[in-house]
Write a protein that binds this ligand. Structure first.
Ligand SMILES: Nc1ncnc2c1ncn2[C@@H]1O[C@H](COP(=O)(O)OP(=O)(O)O)[C@@H](O)[C@H]1O
Ligand SMILES: [Mg+2]
Length: 257
């Protein structure tokens, strides 16, 4: 990262160009291009299997594209690894692992290796500040397995923040949490955005998408639309992407009244 790139506020936080990613013969993502301005809260929507998780993993540099590129603040994704943090789906974590909330946040400083046992005061303060931001300070010494789903999600957001990343990518943070927890997580997302971070969040629920996000990306292998919610949540676009999913239309029609 040179100073020029850092100062240039016109440089997108995330810039994806002509991205095609495959696991097998059929691409999971095909020719996707999009650009995210710094400080934006972006929702990724689309049916099951539409490539949402693949998209997030590609931006993280976990998956190698067949074609196309991902740039993070103007740099190739593989040179910007520390600037992007990932909050995994809850199902992807071993919750029986005997580790406290503070130790999970500390991992943001040192990666997933147990050196956090001897960390210095400065790193501990960064981890504790991150826990404060997600309102989990009072649980710092609790085992992660003893937390509710929403609390676990917030601890993993603290870990991402302790990492000092400028971009946070979250895969379905609202899945399987109750309404109060959903609200609490949303508040943390908004606070994080206010602090200048860029967030990209895979989201399942079309009924709340307009309320939660500045911009929406509608994916089904291709990027069908990218823009503000009132543009993307257009009936014709959704009927093309979701085909016969009647429940979703019933929800939307109700909300549009
Ligand atoms: N590790 C994998 N190996 C093979 N195919 C995969 C793998 N991960 C995802 N896919 C396939 O890629 C497509 C997109 O998957 P995914 O990105 O997980 O979608 P979403 O997150 O929108 O549900 C699906 O057809 C899925 O079956
Ligand atoms: Mg997924």
């Amino acid at each position: 990262m040179n100073d020029k790139t850092q100062r240039d506020s016109a440089t997108p936080a995330i810039e994806v160009k002509n991205l095609t990613v495959s696991y097998g013969p059929v691409p999971a993502l095909l020719d996707v291009s999009l650009s995210v301005a710094p400080g934006t809260l972006v929702g990724i929507i689309g049916p099951n299997g539409s490539g949402k998780s693949t998209f997030i993993k590609s931006i993280l540099g976990f998956l190698k594209p067949d074609v196309g590129s991902v740039r993070i603040f103007g740099e190739p994704a593989d040179k910007a690894k520390g600037r992007v943090a990932y909050v995994p789906q809850r199902g992807a974590v071993d919750w029986d692992f005997p580790i406290t909330v503070r130790e999970v946040a500390m991992m943001g400083r040192f990666g997933d290796v147990p050196w956090w046992k001897d960390v210095g005061r400065k790193d501990r303060k960064i981890a504790d500040d991150a826990l404060k931001m997600v309102r989990m300070s009072k649980f710092a010494d609790r085992q992660i397995g003893q937390l509710s789903g929403g609390q676990q999600q917030r601890v993993f957001m603290a870990r991402a923040m302790a990492q000092g990343a400028d971009i946070l990518l979250l895969d379905e943070p609202f899945a399987g949490v109750d309404a109060a927890t959903e609200r609490a997580i949303l508040e943390v997302l908004e606070d994080t955005k206010e602090s200048g971070k860029t967030l990209m969040v895979v989201h399942h629920d079309l009924a709340t998408a307009a309320e939660y996000f500045d911009m929406l990306a509608l994916l089904k292998q291709r990027l069908f639309a990218y823009g503000p919610p009132n543009v993307v949540l257009h009936k014709d676009l959704l009927s093309e992407v979701y085909e016969g999913n009647l429940r979703i239309f019933a929800d939307l029609e109700r909300d549009n009244r």
